[in-house]
Design a protein around this ligand. Structure first.
Ligand SMILES: Cc1ncc(COP(=O)(O)O)c(C=O)c1O
Length: 385
């Protein structure tokens, strides 16, 4: 049951002077994650792997938590991979491409969701780049993607929230088009899972991929890879090992078959340290409730955007209408060099990022309102001084 009776200050005891508005890069961990890892480390030192069955239980808890985070049909549809790029590569090098096939991405994608598809050009696959910077009175960004598809489009791969512009697209509209035209729909959801509610069934996604170190508040190097059974069965595997077979624990048996579940994508030993950490971090989000997380994040974003609007001349590179907004807002100040402004913000303990030619702010749901206001004041002082 979702509850908001969690002491967030206690969970995030960050340095008092630090204003951390960089969750779209790498997030600080909650206190409970530190505790889970300390306990796990102490157990390893004292007992080695004598309690391995408990470790396996934590692994299956994590699969169930991740399935809940995206409303997946079953934890069996979830694989634990290293990162988003690995998940995208499993799809890119698993599908049986024919020369003349095409893939649609957008002009706002992080390199992970561009390079892997461009690498298929040697197989005769065309990468089409839909323009999201359209005149919205004439065409929606979603329709720009949809209009880029044709009868040779095998896959549409987009980020649910773009890393620099922060634009959050209507995934259901794109997924519906893909479903009716028999196109695979792949979503790089690293910038939304843990920030906003996510429903892979409602958007008809065939694949959803997200590393855990951003909005999910976990460590780097452990990613969610959801793959629908339909797509799973069409992917040729490129890595093999003991962990991915149906009878995983039967080491003496010579015959084997690939696991029916998404475990088939995990060839060897799991990243147990990462599993303990991510599971603890997700327990916080799930206990708090993703509805509440999203509401609080939206309130924080409103406060931040309202504050930024008071700064003369400031330009928003991000859409600021609520329907295209998630947890990212990127700005520039004409006449001010963004990189040097970013460095001065950092010197003043405002931790943000320099992306897309501007300064990217990304608070999370727990970020105290005073810190958001203080970051806006600091920016104000820096641009007027
Ligand atoms: C949209 C998007 N995809 C992927 C990544 C990172 O990919 P990986 O998990 O492979 O490191 C980032 C990191 O900033 C991102 O913003």
């Amino acid at each position: 049951m979702a509850t908001t009776k969690i002491d967030l200050q206690n969970e995030f005891p960050q340095e008092r002077n630090n204003i951390y508005l960089n969750h779209a890069a790498v997030s600080p961990w909650p206190q409970r994650t530190q505790k889970a890892l300390q306990d796990f480390i102490a157990e390893n030192v004292a007992l080695g792997a004598s309690r391995y069955p408990n470790w396996l239980r934590t692994e299956s808890t994590l699969r169930a938590q991740l399935a809940e985070m995206i409303n997946a049909p079953s934890p069996k549809d979830i694989a634990l991979l290293k990162n988003t790029s690995e998940g995208l590569s499993v799809i890119a090098y698993g599908l049986d491409w024919q020369a003349g096939d095409n893939i649609v991405i957008t002009n706002h994608e992080f390199p992970s969701n561009r390079i892997v598809w461009e690498s298929l050009k040697s197989k005769g696959v065309d990468v089409r780049v839909a323009n999201l910077d359209v005149d919205r009175s004439k065409q929606s960004p979603e329709n720009s993607i949809i209009d880029s598809t044709d009868d040779r489009t095998r896959l549409v791969s987009i980020s649910s929230v773009q890393y620099a512009s922060g634009i959050a697209l209507d995934l259901q509209a794109i997924g519906t088009h893909c479903k009716t035209h028999n196109i695979f729909f792949c979503v790089d959801a690293i910038q939304s899972i843990g920030a906003l509610q996510f429903d892979c069934k409602a958007i008809y996604a065939d694949a959803v991929i997200a590393d855990g170190h951003k909005w999910m508040l976990g460590p780097e190097g452990l990613a969610l890879f959801y793959c629908s059974p339909k797509l799973r069965d069409q992917l040729t595997l490129n890595q093999y090992g003991w962990h991915m077979i149906e009878n995983q624990g039967d080491y003496d048996k010579q015959e084997w078959e690939v696991a029916k579940s998404s475990r088939r994508f995990e060839c060897g030993s799991p990243n147990m340290l990462g599993i303990y950490a991510l599971s603890a971090s997700l327990s916080l989000l799930l206990e708090f409730g993703m509805v509440n997380v999203e509401n609080q994040l939206r309130q924080n974003m409103q406060l931040l955007i309202d504050g930024l609007k008071t700064i003369n001349n400031l330009d928003f590179l991000s859409p600021i209408q609520t329907d295209y907004r998630a947890g990212i807002v990127t700005v520039t100040i004409p006449g001010c060099d963004s990189l040097s402004l970013y460095n001065r913000l950092k010197k003043n303990n405002v931790i943000c990022a320099h992306r897309g030619g501007g300064i990217r702010f990304s608070p999370h749901f727990y970020t105290p309102k005073e810190k958001i206001l203080s970051a806006v004041d600091t920016l104000h002082e820096l641009v007027t001084s």
